[in-house]
Design a binder for this molecule. Structure first.
Ligand SMILES: [Zn+2]
Ligand SMILES: [Zn+2]
Length: 150
């Protein structure tokens, strides 16, 4: 079992965007823990810090219209076209959802377990604690990424 799967669980989480036009139900396998990314794309996309938790595609049901932006050749980011709330990022191949925890009140209890691109972390995002960390070079050594992202 991988370190992230130690946090895998099942059960139901109910979420929605700011305006309520998009409703998301997670009912099934998901990781009850948050991972943060400080890469340039995530900073621009959220305007602050990107944090998400993973849910299997089969566990996720979405109601309402969603807009999607293909931010890389291998992934896309979705948001509510009415209120602009960030909803999720999906890897084209894995298919699983990386959902924004702030949409789900129950996720407020999730621990922070991973932080990547730590050498790109802005001074105004102080994340403390004992969790896994990787710099840009460490992460890009064995994960798909976009060259020259800034
Ligand atoms: Zn909305
Ligand atoms: Zn990122």
């Amino acid at each position: 079992m991988s370190w992230i799967d130690a946090h895998r669980t099942s059960g139901r989480l109910d979420g929605r965007c700011l305006c309520g036009a998009v409703r998301i139900v997670v009912d099934g396998s998901h990781v009850a823990a948050v991972s943060v990314c400080h890469c340039g794309m995530c900073q621009r996309s959220t305007g602050y810090a990107y944090g998400s938790f993973v849910a299997d595609a089969e566990a996720v049901t979405v109601e309402g219209a969603v807009a999607t932006y293909a931010s890389t050749p291998f992934s896309s980011r979705s948001f509510c076209p009415t209120c602009g709330s960030h909803l999720w990022l999906r890897d084209n191949e894995a298919g699983e959802y990386e959902l924004f925890p702030g949409l789900f009140p129950a996720a407020a209890e999730f621990p922070l377990v991973s932080e990547i691109y730590t050498d790109r972390r802005p001074a105004y995002v102080p994340l403390a604690g004992d969790h896994r960390t990787k710099t840009q070079a460490e992460y890009e050594a064995d994960n798909p990424h976009v060259e020259g992202d800034a």
